[in-house]
Design a protein around this ligand. Sequence first.
Ligand code: TMP
Length: 211
Amino acid sequence: MAARGKFITLEGGEGAGKSTQAHLLADWLTEKGISVAATREPGGTPSAEEIRSLLVTGETGRWDPLTETLLHYAARREHVARLILPTLESGQWIICDRFVDSTTAYQGYGQGVALATIAKLRQTVLGDFKPDLTLILDVEPETRCTRTAGRPGTEDRYERMNEAFHERVRAGFHAIAAAEPGRCVVIRADQAVEAVSAAIRETVSERLNRE
Ligand code: TMP
């Protein structure tokens, strides 16, 4: 039987460049001969993508924060049960653009849902399942604003939340990284795309023993 694949998550606030970096990392691992799939949250399966559209569009205040937390976890349950676990069990690696830390940072630190409530929900939905490595891409507020200004599309519900919210989210990611240094690495993402991807490759090589 194939060894279980590694599960890598990319996290961070808006405009950190996660999606670009997720694809560059997937390409690099593929070149190394590793079979890898890239996915995202909220979403990743057809039903979870339906839940995504409820979360990322519309009025900023359209959900009570706990309802919103439950929706993220409902989407996550589908994604983990139907795609992530079976894929890892088959031996393939997964790179996921956002995962549990986004709920802690956005709904917990950002929207004020009790961290203990989110932790209980996580345990109920996922048990002890967690990423092998989490890369937290960190950018200064100025970079976030420049990168998100004029972005096309309607999936901007969180982007439209106020500056104080985004500052709490960023502080939340730093707190998560400080609490779990064995799993999380903060990557400075204000640099050029190639410099960020080089830092990511180095971290993945060190942490997951890939040359
Ligand atoms: P994306 O822009 O990275 O695709 O993510 C969609 C938005 O969803 C992003 O603004 C962050 C937000 N989000 C949460 O608030 N909680 C979560 O648990 C996840 C996965 C995303």
